[in-house]
Every structure is written in C-alpha cells, then in structure tokens.
Design a protein around this ligand. Structure first.
Ligand code: GTP
Ligand code: MG
Length: 822
C-alpha cells in the first residue's frame, strides 16, 4: 500500500471530524500501550466475495455508519476509501486488499476489504490467514458464483472458523432471498444456513402484488426489531426508523408501523423463521444451548396465546447463536443492500455479537505464549509473536509491513527476529491507518492488526518474534500457482538496473508475482496469476516505481507431470575442488509419483509436489539466504531441479520425494548439499520416461444477451472448450445439494421482483443469459477483445483458475514447438 497515494486519495471534504467512537486502539495509542486492551472486543474480519458483489461498497457504508466518513464514496465514481490505487479507481475493481480499523460500539474492528477477481487471489489468501472471521457477500440476483466457492475454499484452507453471509443487492430487479438461500445449499457452502434477518421489500402490500423490486428495511429475527425507511426518507445510515415488534401483535397478525397492512407477507414469516432459527440452536451441543432449551421449556410451561419462540428474548438467543457460530454448526445469513445502506448497522452488530475475537481462536497458532498472554489479562507481557501478512512500499515511508499480533504487545522500537531467515529487525514507527487519517501509535496489542514501518527484510508470510530462541513459525502464507508469464524488457540499457530493483520490490509486496531468468533466451520472465494480474504489474512498474519497460507476449505456464513413476531410490555423491581441498556431500532420496488415490496431497509450497524428511513435510527454502542447516540446502537443490524438467524445461509436478539422508564431507559448507540434491533428482528424472504435459484451464462465465448466446457457445466449441451449463436454471451440482429439510427456506414472495421468473425457472433469475465453460487459458489470452467483437461490447465475463489438465498428443507437440523443444 502506498501511504502517499492513500492520503492523496482522500479529499478532506469527505472526512468526518472528529470520529464518533473512541475505542481501545485510540486509548492504546495515546496512553503508550500501558492500558490493558480487552482482546475479546477485537474483531479481525475480512470481506470476501465473487467480483463485483459489493465488498468495497459495503466497506464504505460501514465507515460512514461508524462515523469515519461524513459521506460515503462510491465505486462507480472512483471515490471510495479502500480502492485508492489509480488502477482500482479507473477500473472500478479492487486489486489490493486494504485493512482499516473501524470503531463500532464497544468493539474494535479491523476490516479487510479484499479483491474478488481471481487474478488477485494472493490478497485473499493473505487476508484469510490472519482474520478470525469473514463476511462473505453474495449478489442476491446471482446466488453463489464461481469465486464465492473459490474464497470459501480459501477460508477452509486457512481455518477461518467464524463466517457470516451477507446477501447483497436486495434492491436489484431479480434479487431473490429464496434463490440465494437455496444456492448456499446447492453449492454445499453449509448444511445449516440460518436467516437471522428477513428483508422488507416494501412497507406497502401493493409492491408485493405488482412484483416491484426494492428493499425498504429489515426484520432482525433475533431481537424482533424492524428497521425501515419511509419511502420519502433518503436511505442513509442513521436515518432508519426502528420498531420493536410486539409478539402479541405478531400472533394476531396485526399491523405494526413497519407493515402498512395486516396482510403484509412478511408478517406471516416471522414466526416460522424464528422457530427454525431457535431449533437449530437447540440441536447444537453445549452449555449455551442447554440454557436455551431450559428457558424455552419454562416459557412453554407458562400458559400464553403467544408462541414461546416469539417470547424468547434476544439476550437468551445470542449466547447460543454465538456458540453455534463459533463451532461452525450454523452459518448466519442476513440480507441487505450495501449501496442503499440497508443492513449495514445490523451487520456490524452481528459481526460483534457472533464472530470470533482473537481470544476465541488460534491459541494453537500462537502456542503457549498466547495463552500465557491471556492469563495476564491480555496486557500482553508475554513474548511477542507476529505474522507479516502484507508488505507495501511507499516512496516517503519506505517499507510498510502489515502485521497481526498473535501474542504479547509490540512496542515501537522493539527488536524482532525473523524465524524464517534468523535475521534481526527493528520495528520503527507503528501505525493504524483509519479511513480519515493514519494514526501513529506506541504499541500494537495482542490480537490487533497494524502497520510497522522500518522492517528491512521481512516478506509476506514471515513470522517475527521477540525471543531469539523461538523457532516455531506461524503458518506460512502460500501464493497460488502462477499460470501465465511474460518477458519484461527495459526501454534502454540504463533502465535495466532500476527495473531489476523494482521487480524485486514488487515481488516483495506481491508474492504471487515470481521473477525468473530464461537463460536460453537471456530474458527476465514475470509470472503471475492471470492476464489482468500481469497487466496490473506492468502498470505498477511504470506508475509506482517509475521504470521504463515493456512486457512481451503472454505465455501460458505449462507443467510436466510425473504421474506414473514407480518408487526409485537414488544416492548421489557430489564433490568439487575448492582451492586446495575437496568439498562434497552425499544425498539419498526415494522418489515416486504422488498417490492421489491413497489420499496423498501435493504441498502447495512445493508447487504440486510433496517432499518429506523423517515422515514430516520438509519446508522449502523460501529466502535465498544462507543457513547452516544442510536440509535447507537440500530443499533449495530440490526446488532448482523441480523448477525445470530435463525433458521439457517446464516445472515438474506430481512427485513424492523422501529425503532419506544428507551427509557432508568433513569441512564442507552445507551449501554443497544443494548441488548434490539437485543433481540426484535431475539424473533420476532424466532416466525416467518424459511426463505428461499439462496446461492451465479456466472456468469462464460469460453474461450475454440472449441473441448472442449462440456465437459465444460456438466460439468456445472452436477453442476446444468444455461447455458446463447454460442459462438461468440448471445447476450441475443440485443433485448433490445439502437437504433443505432442517433449514428455513423463505417463500419467493418475500423478494417479489424475482417472483415471475422464479416461478418459471425454479431458482435464480438472471436478466442476461449466462454461459459457463472450461477452456484452456492459452485460448483466452485475448478473450477481452474477442468477446467485445462477438457481442458488440454488451457481454461481460469472469474467469477463475480451474487447475491443470493433461493435453492431447497433438497439443503436446504444439506446446513443445512453442517452447522450442520440438
Ligand atoms: N444495486 C446495487 N448495486 C450495488 C450494491 N452494492 C454494490 N453495488 C454496485 O456493484 C458494483 C460493484 O461494487 P463493488 O463494491 O466495487 O464490489 P466489490 O465486491 O468490491 O468488487 P471487487 O472488489 O472488484 O471484487 C458497483 O457498481 C456498485 O455500485 C447494492 O447493494 N445494490
Ligand atoms: Mg472491491
């Protein structure tokens, strides 16, 4: 993140002064960090979703509601707080995640707005590795989409246990509460999605009968409270009218102020929805649910015409709902409209009430020190342990490292050790970057997220500790595999050095960018996660680092996979003369194909292979720095050999490698082990049959007008693509859907504008037709202009990486020719 561009991007007129809430962070900042900070009130939350679902719009609405912005900006005018990069504002999409502290009631939120575009998946990976909770947005017109499942899998991988769903864009034509909820079951996001609020499409009955789109408010099913905006009132936070619903009136089906008519369809749904919600909690084991059961039984024993499910107060439900959310037994779902600020405040209340604090999770991550820190009342006198989850560069401030404090309290000027490299670092200034201004603080307490200036060598995913003896790092952050590359050429000779420096800096801020040298063609290659990623990298090199360079033709990254290699043991002695003496090492390996059928998985850190030593996964050598441990060098040697197959020079995948032994000759430096390991693996692969060639495939979704569908489908056919589904109805996964019996599924009438089409199709409505296909990335490199030509500029598309697939013999030959190997 560039602090300067951040500040430039904030015209003072939009800033609210002074901020309304003063939370623990401020106290900590002003008191020098001596006051205990109650970590139970911290919520580190990421907003994640498929592209364009409204994450940045929701962030803006939250900042406004919390009093950090006098008026919210919009993505469409390029005036939001978190999308501040010029490229983000021009394109109206988020490229980098932005972390922003927000004070809401007693809570201190750290909100991380992430990009939805799959090319920036690294940002989601790093954000989800440090948050304790996630709000996943879904466009209520579309339901669950490709990248919704992508980010869900990333949350699973990073064990982000507490999650909520925000069904956004309820104001749009075709937004469907029922369709969206069913899509959660169809795509198996959770067995028990639980509506905790119902949308009020309109206070007027007429709008329901005429299938008008819209959202005028919400009913909070836990507190039994209606929030609504009168038709004439501007829909802004703080402008809503609120009314506690009377259980007796609800039982009689009588009107409240929020519902103009007794026959309002929402009135009938409150009891069944609340009943299912409470019943789901009764089924969750634990003390909170036992107390809830007891209370419900007591209420049932008291004679009343009103159902006990309506009489149960919110304060009895919330602890059980929180416990069930923490245990991942239920998935709370609410609906709203970020653009119209409907549901923003309620969402923040629920995030505070339901999602995990740093104290609830990750004690295993931080180990004994965190528990020790907690016993000391979170004053954080324990050892400091931090995860650097994002690194940014600013020309004025230098390196800005975003950290999450897993134990202890980080003070300005602290000396830290990097567990990966063993290097010593000094934390300079500490900052919290609010929407309205960056604030310098003296300390970052346990559980918090903030920025450290002055760290010179730290990279994304490094663990920093205050005790030099601590060796165990927090879980590393692994970039997704790159699928595309381009050569980068400096404009003149004089630009070569600045370019090399800029590339190194850029790779430090974005670890999903990899830089390699193509020695055969004497070129530097930049590898990334997609065509847009490389385009953005090219722009950043020019705009942020000011280097004159051009990118060459995009090349898809192929792989050579060894999927049928029998087990082979190999021992290699490697030696060379170093002056008067001879140095050498002997490395023994056992190598075979990964047995996926036996449940063996590749290790993403090893780029599609798995490497073990003494039955434990071996860590790859991430930094190209020295270590005294010979195993570090063995890892380095294996990485070199795996990066280029002797048959095709492509990266190798599919191998299971066991490092059996590594012995250095007397007086030899450990680095010789790298040459021995690389040579052993290279020789073994040379003797093996060439592996299968694989190329990256993309899951492509095209939104297109009815009349152009044929052209799009035909074009995919010519590209050898695999058509997945067409149109608005069918879903290939629906037969595997989770059952809906135990779930409250709202009737279609609650979102009336989706009604007519819902009746036809049985589920989600789309105003445009949608084509889904699996296509080789190599056929999609200029798909932007191709689609424009095919549709006259009216269609749009997104694509998500869908793994590597083995190519046909004809395509193999084509690829080998392309890379100069045939
Ligand atoms: N009708 C309607 N439009 C919305 C709503 N929320 C967001 N939008 C619009 O949807 C578009 C995308 O919104 P963003 O907030 O940029 O979405 P995002 O999820 O941050 O997108 P990426 O970061 O690029 O993945 C913009 O044109 C918004 O104005 C909503 O509640 N209703
Ligand atoms: Mg965004």
């Amino acid at each position: 993140m560039s602090l300067r561009s951040f500040l430039r991007a904030h015209p003072c007129s939009r800033l609210a002064t002074p901020p309304r809430h003063r939370g623990p962070h401020r106290r900590c900042a002003h008191s020098g960090g001596d006051e205990p900070v109650d970590a139970t009130l911290i919520r580190n939350i990421a907003l994640l979703a498929h592209i364009d679902s409204g994450k940045t719009t929701l962030t803006e609405s939250i900042l406004h509601a919390a009093g950090h912005l006098a008026s919210p900006g919009t993505v469409d005018t390029g005036s939001t707080t978190t999308d501040f990069l010029p490229a983000e504002r021009e394109r109206g999409i988020t490229i980098q995640s932005a972390s922003i502290p927000v004070r809401w009631k007693a809570w201190s939120f750290n909100l991380v707005d992430t990009p939805g575009h799959a090319d920036f998946g690294m940002e989601v990976e790093s954000a989800s590795s440090v948050v304790d909770g996630a709000v996943v947005l879904i466009d209520a017109v579309e339901g669950v989409e490709g990248q919704t499942k992508g980010v869900w899998a990333q949350l699973d991988r990073n064990d982000v246990a507490t999650r909520m769903i925000f069904l956004n864009k309820m104001d749009r034509v075709g937004a469907s509460l029922r369709g969206s909820l069913l899509s959660l079951l169809e795509h198996r996001l959770h067995r028990l999605p639980l509506l905790i609020s119902l949308p009020l499409a309109s206070t007027s009955l007429a709008h329901y009968t005429q299938a008008e789109p819209g959202i005028a408010g919400l009913v909070d099913l836990v507190k039994l409270e209606a929030w609504w905006w009168a038709p004439s009132a501007p829909m802004e936070s703080g402008n809503a009218r609120r009314e506690m619903l009377d259980p007796a009136l609800l039982t009689e089906g009588a009107a409240h102020a929020a519902f103009e008519h007794d026959e309002h369809p929402l009135l009938e749904e409150i009891l069944p929805a609340r009943t299912r919600l409470i019943e789901a909690l009764l089924d969750t084991p634990g003390a909170a649910s036992e107390r809830l059961t007891e209370e419900l039984m007591n209420l049932s024993d008291t004679p009343s015409p009103v159902s006990p499910y309506l009489r149960l107060p919110a304060q009895s439900i919330l602890p059980a709902l929180r416990a069930a959310t923490l245990a991942n037994a239920v998935l709370p779902v609410m609906a709203g409209s970020a653009f119209r600020h409907v549901g923003t405040e309620l969402l923040m209340d629920f995030v505070g009430e339901l999602l995990a604090s740093p104290v609830d999770v990750r004690s295993a991550e931080a180990g004994e020190n965190q528990r020790q820190g907690q016993r000391q009342g979170q004053a954080g006198r324990g050892e400091v342990k931090l995860m650097a989850w994002k690194v940014g560069w600013d020309r004025m401030k230098g390196w800005m490292t975003f950290v999450r404090v897993y134990s202890g309290t980080l003070h300005r000027g602290a000396i830290l050790w990097n567990t990966t490299t063993g290097e010593k670092e000094r934390a300079g200034k500490l900052m919290l970057i609010y929407a309205d201004a960056p604030v310098e603080v003296d300390s970052l307490p346990f559980g918090s997220i903030g920025v450290v200036l002055g760290l010179k060598h730290t990279r994304t995913g490094d663990t920093l500790v205050s005790n030099v003896k601590t060796k165990s790092p927090l879980r590393a952050i692994t970039p997704p595999p790159s699928v595309i590359s381009a050569s980068v050429i400096p404009a003149t000779r004089a630009d070569a050095l600045p370019l090399a420096e800029a590339l190194a800096s850029l790779a430090r801020t974005d670890p999903s960018v990899r830089i390699t040298e193509d020695e055969a063609e004497a070129q530097t290659l930049v590898h990334g996660l997609g065509a847009l990623h490389l385009e953005i990298v090219e722009g950043r090199l020019r705009d942020e680092w000011g280097v004159a360079c051009a990118f060459g033709r995009r090349r898809v990254s192929y792989r050579e996979g060894f999927f049928a290699l029998p087990e082979v043991a190999v021992e290699e002695y490697w030696a060379r003369d170093a002056g008067a003496k001879k140095i050498g090492a002997r490395v023994a390996l056992t190598v075979r194909s990964l047995r996926e059928s036996e449940g063996e998985k590749d290790d993403p850190r090893w780029g599609g292979n798995a490497v073990v030593h003494k039955k434990e996964p071996l860590k790859p050598a991430v930094h190209e720095r020295s270590s005294l441990d010979p195993l570090f060098h063995v890892a380095q040697g294996l990485q070199t050999a795996l990066s280029s197959s002797p048959h095709s020079s492509l990266p190798v995948i599919g191998l299971h490698i066991t490092v059996d032994s590594c012995k250095l000759d007397w007086g030899s430096p450990p680095s010789v082990a790298a040459s021995a390991a690389a040579s052993a693996l290279r020789k073994l692969l040379q003797a093996a049959q060439p592996g299968e060639l694989r190329e990256p495939f993309m899951a492509v979704t095209v939104h297109v007008n009815e009349e152009d569908v044929g052209k799009i489908v035909k074009d995919f056919g010519e590209k050898g693509g695999d058509l997945q589904q067409l149109g608005a109805g069918a879903n290939p996964e629906s037969e595997h859907a989770y059952p809906a019996e135990a779930v409250y599924v709202p009737p279609a009438i609650l979102t009336p504008s989706a009604m007519p089409l819902l009746e036809q199709h049985g589920m989600t409505v789309r105003m445009k037709r949608t084509v889904h296909a699996l296509v080789a990335l190599s056929k999609l490199l200029d798909y932007n202009s191709r689609l424009r030509a095919l549709s006259g500029g009216t269609a749009s598309f997104e694509m998500t990486a869908d793994g590597f697939r083995t190519v046909s013999p004809a395509r193999r030959l084509e690829i080998l020719r392309e890379i100069g190997r045939a």
